[in-house]
Design a protein around this ligand. Sequence first.
Ligand code: GDP
Ligand code: IMO
Ligand code: MG
Length: 435
Amino acid sequence: MNNIVIIGLQWGDEGKGKVVDYLSENADVVVRFQGGNNAGHTIVIDDEVYKLNLLPSAVLRAGKISIIGNGVALDPYALISEIESLKIKRMNIDPHNLMISESCPLVLSVHKEKEKLFENLNKNYKIGTTNKGIGPCYEDKVGRRAIRLCDLEDADELNKRLDTLLNYHNTIRKGLSCRVIKKEKILREIKEIAEKILPYRKPVWKILGNLVKEGKKIIFEGAQGTFLDIDHGTYPFVTSSNTIVSQAMTGSGLSSNAYVIGVVKAYTTRVGNGPFPTEQKNEIGNSLFTIGKELGTVSNRKRRCGWLDAVLVRQAVQLSGVSGIVLTKLDVLDSLDKIKICTGYQYSGKMYDYLSASHSIQEELEPIYEEFPGWKKSTRGEKLAEKLPINLVKYIRRVEELVGIPIHLISTGPKREDIIKLKDFEFSEGVFVSY
Ligand code: GDP
Ligand code: IMO
Ligand code: MG
């Protein structure tokens, strides 16, 4: 199997960017297949911090191909500014190494305006979105009125499509007594960006098919996390795309088998509102926030922090057929006296071994914890498995038992090289093998 899908198994920010960057050394192509610039993937190379939003994490390695698939909500202005900021840092990004699906729906100013309007109106379920217009863009995609990248090349088509799009948005805006949006304004905005973005336009599904035939190794880079999935997450406190493995195929147009790797933070974080059974609104939560530097990459909001929830991770493993885990940010637990893992929930006198779909149950779950002694030793930047403290090894072995699959790699710091391969696994020739 030449393909690997990397997805988050919690509420995002598990460290996917770092893992994709590490594994892409042995790959040829990295593909984004959902989400948009609501994602923030951090990669630290030689003390330089890169925060990628729309660009696949391979752009930082010379000679790799980066692909943005049809499942991505593409903000063309954000993308061009991301490309320009990387060019200043001497990264080479051009249509030879970056290709964007011509079917990508575009995020336009109307989407950001709609998101703001409705977050303000929504009294009971304020999601706390990233305000990037991602949800409204996907609404228009499913409503069959989105402007897609390919439409920018055809003035007549664009004109007609804009009529349909603005008819919808302006009807809503009039109902809310907001000023209507003029077609000329949007056309002007689109003209500004079209010639910069169109050179990247490609039939990505076809190119991916050829890359597979050539035997290239492809990594699919997930954004967000399993419990932000529109179908399987903590609805309505979710993002507007599918974040689980099946979206890698739908969102790229490639039908192929893949090895699925889940990225799990050694504790849990969540940005924005919504249920979070193991949240610690206390000294523990504060320590995780401070030591883990848990500030949102995109919106700079404080991430809520709590204990690792093995029930959630086990559920995510099943939903995506995950074969192996990369456990990140273990070093953040170094100084704790005691460490807890949630192994089940109690609700209304009953035991639950899964997260119910019901929002009201999710909010009321009482976690059941197993407690472990801490290792009280710095592991930050550790690169040798044999130097890991025994209590840490016991902790990761117990996580493996609880979620039912092996941990392949552990991450001990933000830097590219802060990673340990566990001994039973090898990432060889771009493919994971166990022995
Ligand atoms: P992503 O969205 O899943 O790519 O994750 P983010 O980049 O939003 O958040 C992860 C944060 O943790 C980033 O600041 C990373 O630099 C940092 N990070 C990743 N792995 C580790 C680790 O093992 N230890 C520590 N201390 N920080 C890490
Ligand atoms: P990465 O890829 C963490 C959250 C937002 C909000 C909800 C909906 O960096 O892991 P949206 O703007 O998508 O409509 O917001 O989803 N969210 C993320 N949280 N990491 C992310 O991406 C996220 N992308 C969206 O905070 O709660
Ligand atoms: Mg992030």
